[in-house]
Ligand binder design. Structure first.
Ligand code: PRP
Ligand code: URA
Length: 205
């Protein structure tokens, strides 16, 4: 249920994202680019329908995406960085938000907002760049399932082994698409080597 992007361009982008000297304006562009790669990879099992067309040279049968509707659910606030690539690739996507914030001392996430589109019958991608303890992801998946979402997929840029294990334990039906699995969490539940606090680096806070 875990798929890790294996691509030299992803390694390149991740290295620049990790670099503490990367400024927010560049950080946002890199996050966009890597999410685009993750979105392409995570949708490789979309169905298509044959479509007869004519090229300038001859008729041929191509394939267009089927009618399966897609929803993206972003975990605020850092997950906002991952919404635009999905909207650019899939213009008809519906977008929802779950607001979750980790306590700075306990690292336990507190929910403060939830606005979801109708989820029944949709293919759902929950997006959050960082999967650390897995607590935020588990709460977001809980919220999606409570709203009628079935078998959502989780898309993250950096994951810790602890977070992957927690999501697998609590939601074994949820596939995870990640840019990289890092070494471990530190005592403050930050990912090592990681990239620091994604939201702070994204928004320059
Ligand atoms: C970060 C990140 C995830 C969460 C991951 O958000 O964007 O949502 O931490 O940690 P976990 O797996 O241990 O739950 P944070 O709570 O810092 O909020 P922010 O996005 O508003 O900065
Ligand atoms: N959230 C982040 O933004 N970074 C981490 O390393 C862990 C949680």
């Amino acid at each position: 249920m875990l798929r890790v992007i294996d691509h030299p361009l992803a390694d390149h982008i991740l290295t620049l994202l990790r670099d503490r000297n990367t400024k927010p304006v560049t950080f946002r562009t890199l996050a966009y680019q890597l999410t685009m790669m993750l979105a392409v990879d995570a949708t490789r099992d979309l169905t298509t329908e044959p479509k007869a067309i004519e090229t300038p040279l001859e008729p041929c049968t191509g394939h267009l995406l089927g009618r399966e509707p897609i929803a993206v659910v972003a975990i605020l606030r850092a997950g906002v960085a991952m919404v635009q690539p999905f909207m650019d690739l899939f213009p008809d996507v519906s977008v929802g938000y779950v607001g979750l914030e980790r306590d700075h001392v306990t690292a336990v996430a507190r929910a403060y907002y939830c606005k979801l589109p109708p989820l029944a019958g949709r293919r759902i991608y929950i997006v959050d760049p960082m999967l650390a303890t897995g607590g935020s992801a588990v709460q977001a998946i809980d919220a999606v399932k409570r709203s009628g979402g079935v078998a959502p997929r989780l898309v993250c840029i950096v994951a810790a082994p602890e977070g992957v294990a927690e999501v697998s334990r609590r939601h074994p039906d949820v596939p995870m698409h990640v840019g990289v699995v890092d070494r471990a969490l530190n005592e403050r539940k930050y990912i090592l080597p990681g990239l620091g606090d994604f939201g702070d680096r994204l928004y320059g806070t």
